[in-house]
Design a protein around this ligand. Structure first.
Ligand code: UD1
Ligand code: UDP
Length: 385
């Protein structure tokens, strides 16, 4: 029997743990012994409801290694991760490193692996916001340029890479100097498709909160540009309160730990008091993925600055207000299913009004066929096996 393909998967932040579920599932479905995965958790997210809950709900094998690098400034956090990942890779036990998205854990994995000549497979390659003030944009550009396999979720991602000099056809074995672009589809679409039925059976959150289907707003806010800027943070919460009051729609907001800290220190006292005393404004701890799907499936409107939540709203045919000036998921805006309002109260109110006047629609399927993870594993096995 040929030697198995040995993958080191690096995860750290909530969305990466969720994405890794799709790849781990594809590995488990592969013929036994052909692919062996080691899961390395950097520890970037560490609260039980930001990390452990996803392993339990999504059936992800326990992490083999946890570097316990949580919190800190970008440089310090990334440096400690690189050190830990390098120690693992120096043992030469892995043929490829799989990285997801654009967090500091992604960047650390890319630098450690590329310097040791271990090839990198980047899942969610090619996305660009064209805003280099966001740490994520720097992380994703750097990672793409150190990768051997660029697994793109959308055609736009492929075009972004071509603009930076990557080629669709390389005529050689993939390597860091001849990276391969693969339009694999989106592993998050795989997950939403796979877990939607399980969420229907297991999530009781809607009935617990007495939320009418199609009659509430789901909101998430966690981006550094929004949480750490008092003007933006206050404008966002004032907009959500106005939406709640003027349209008589309950708001559900599972609060990211970063946001909780900033709300307490940066929100105007009056705004915070109104939020906390309002029985139809549900400030919750971070939700598990099955509850999150239930909320996304049944919301009348989704308001978010999250990359993942924007897309999941789209997967479940829900309109979305995006609390940013730009997005990597440009298709959603171009097609009209998402509206960019930045942190502008007037734009927010206008967008909400227009969305709420329209009837429900069903959105096109542009993120693959729900089997991106199998395609990714199949490609790695055929190129490296
Ligand atoms: C990170 C990613 C961001 C991603 C987000 C997903 C980077 C640069 N940013 O942002 O791209 O969208 O994850 O959620 O990698 N905290 C806790 N408990 C936790 C995790 C975080 O209390 O389990 C608090 C800490 O105060 C921490 C702060 O949140 O300092 C920020 O966490 P960090 O991982 O640095 O960045 P995120 O804002 O979560
Ligand atoms: N998510 C979750 N619970 C929450 C908020 C988000 O399970 O309370 C999920 C969400 O469904 C999506 C992913 O986390 O799959 C998105 O992560 P996040 O918004 O933290 O980061 P981003 O996608 O912006 O990097």
């Amino acid at each position: 029997m040929p030697a198995p393909l040995r993958i080191l998967t690096i995860i750290g932040a909530r969305p990466q743990i969720i994405k890794a579920a799709a790849i781990s599932r594809a590995i488990a479905n592969h013929p036994k012994g052909q692919v062996v995965e080691t899961l390395l958790h950097t520890g970037q997210h560490y609260d039980a409801n930001m990390s452990q809950v996803f392993f339990e709900e999504l059936g992800i094998p326990a992490a083999d290694i946890n570097l316990n690098v949580g919190s800190g400034n970008h440089g310090a956090m990334t440096a400690r991760m690189i050190e830990g990942i390098e120690q693992v890779l120096l043992k030469k036990d892995h043929d490829v490193v799989v990285l997801y998205g654009d967090t500091n854990s992604t960047l650390a994995g890319a630098l450690a692996a590329a310097k040791l000549n271990v090839p990198i497979a980047h899942v969610e390659a090619g996305l660009r916001s064209f805003n280099k003030r966001m740490p994520e944009e720097l992380n994703r550009i750097a990672c793409d340029h150190m990768s051997t396999w660029l697994f793109c979720p959308t055609e736009t991602a492929v075009l972004n890479l071509e603009r930076e000099g990557f080629r669709r056809s390389i005529g050689a074995r993939p390597s860091i100097d001849h990276p391969l672009i693969d339009l694999s589809g989106d592993v998050m679409f795989d997950n939403s498709t796979w877990f939607a039925g399980i969420s229907d059976r297991r999530s009781g959150l809607l009935s617990e909160l007495r939320l009418p289907s199609d009659g509430f707003v789901l909101a998430t806010v966690h981006r550094e540009i929004n949480t750490d800027d008092p003007v933006r943070l206050n404008a966002i919460f004032r907009s959500l309160l106005a939406l709640n009051q003027e349209h008589a729609l309950p708001v559900v907001l599972p609060v990211h730990p970063r946001t909780l800290k900033c709300m307490e220190s940066l929100l105007d006292t009056e705004v915070l008091k109104t939020l906390r005393s309002n029985p139809s404004f549900h400030l919750l701890p971070p939700a598990g993925f099955l509850d999150m799907i239930a909320l996304e499936k049944h919301a009348r409107l989704v308001v978010t600055d999250s990359g993942g939540v924007q897309k999941e709203a789209f997967f479940f045919d829900r309109p979305c207000i995006v609390l940013r000036a730009e997005t990597e998921w440009v298709e959603l805006v171009q097609q009209g299913q998402a509206v960019l309002v930045n942190a502008d109260e007037k734009l927010f109110a206008e967008a909400a009004q227009l969305i709420l006047e329209k009837d429900a629609r069903s959105y096109p399927r542009i993120f693959g066929d729900g089997h991106a993870a199998e395609r990714i594993i199949g490609r790695l096995v055929s190129d490296l096996g």
